[in-house]
Design a protein around this ligand. Structure first.
Ligand code: NDP
Length: 338
């Protein structure tokens, strides 16, 4: 049965499409341009089930998905702006919320046969960065702090809070829609922390690299210094291949209906990144030095997003950070010559 993947040109989406195809689900992807579609058609031309694409230039336009949703049995909605080049929260909130509701409204109008819709939310919709560390967060938690920041400060809020608010509001809108409309289909949401992994998407230079891998590249190339390595792990992380599989399972495993899933492998720190660089790419002299003795202490003081529900219900077995970083760097070298 055909699956729709929105934002098909994105870092997470290309892995998600690959995993759907490998599991025997034909995929229709939405992209903004023919060039992006043709890149994917070429990438997936040898797959055992077909990939096709349709153009959706702007997910925030009314009726944008009216054609794209026809004939699909399920949807993985990944499209949403993930960058910080904004000076007004609406630049992120509008596409995030209208894009999500737009998919749902098009389904209601044009496709009575859809069984489930999965959306790519984020730990951004769960986190409370103001809470003292260490602390644990689960699927029961919601990010109120970023919403308050954006409500209170508007255009003066930090772009990262604008992004986090956009993800929180989009996920809330999703659950509210299901609740209020008593939809014939059910939903699930995937909430990853920082995602690393090999790049499959079309990208021709480091300036076009997706936001999360770009943050790893900053450490590899020495844009960040020794003194920037924090004593408390600043983020949790997960491998993109685990996130992709989580989308496939969330769309197909019956028990996933109605559930949020944190898909996260645990705390991660720049210290872990640079130690992996040292282990696998010792000849590069570009990055700062890590401290192997501090790994546990740094990560133990972090907040933790509990990713065990995805292990239990979706059968995810998380990649190890060392191998994930190695694979990411190898792909950055091969694809971008970093
Ligand atoms: P990318 O930037 O690679 O992917 C975002 C995708 O959304 C792109 O295909 C982009 O198209 C598309 N898109 C954005 N805005 C619009 C719009 N207005 N109209 C049409 N398409 C649009 O990032 P990721 O793959 O990392 O992100 C995918 C999803 O995962 C997002 O929802 C993000 O919030 C979420 N996420 C990502 C995490 C990470 O660390 N990477 C962590 C947690 C959640 P185009 O490139 O053509 O603009």
């Amino acid at each position: 049965s055909l699956v729709l993947v929105t934002g098909a040109s994105g870092f997470i989406a290309v892995h998600t499409i690959k995993t759907f195809l490998e599991n025997g689900y034909p995929v229709r992807g939405t992209v903004r341009s023919h060039a992006k579609g043709e890149y994917l058609a070429d990438l997936f031309k040898g797959s055992k089930v077909p990939f096709e694409y349709v153009i959706v230039e702007d997910i925030a336009q009314p009726g944008a998905f009216d054609e794209a949703v026809k004939g699909v049995a399920g949807v993985a909605h990944t499209a949403s702006p993930f960058h910080f080049r904004v000076n007004d929260p609406q630049q992120l909130i509008e596409p995030a919320v209208k894009g999500t509701l737009g998919v749902l409204e098009s389904i209601q109008r044009n496709n009575p046969d859809v069984k489930r819709i999965v959306i790519t939310s984020s730990c951004a919709s769960i986190m409370d960065d103001a809470a003292p560390k260490p602390h644990v967060r689960t699927e029961k938690d919601w990010n109120e702090t970023s919403l308050k920041e954006v409500e209170g400060k508007g255009r003066d809020a930090m772009p990262i809070d604008m992004y986090r608010a956009s993800k929180t509001l989009a996920e809330r809108a999703f659950w509210k829609f299901i609740d209020e409309k008593k939809t014939s289909w059910d939903g699930a949401t995937i909430c990853p922390p920082m995602v690393y992994g090999p790049i499959l998407q079309q990208v021709s230079s480091t300036s076009g690299l997706n936001t999360s891998n770009a943050s790893l590249l900053d450490w590899l190339t020495g844009n960040k210094k020794q003194s920037d390595i924090p004593e408390v792990a600043p983020f949790n992380w997960v491998d993109v291949r685990d996130v992709a599989l989580a989308h496939v399972r969330a769309l197909t495993v019956p028990e996933a209906g109605g559930e949020r899933f944190i898909v996260g492998a645990g705390p991660g720190s720049p210290n872990d990144l640079v130690l992996s660089f040292e282990r696998h790419f010792p000849d590069r002299k570009t990055y700062p030095k890590g401290d192997a003795l501090k790994v546990e202490a740094i990560n133990a003081q972090s907040n933790r997003y509990d990713g065990s529900k995805a292990e239990r219900i979706l059968g995810i077995k998380y990649h190890d950070i060392d191998m994930s970083v190695k694979d990411t760097v190898e792909s950055l070298i091969t694809r971008l010559g970093v």
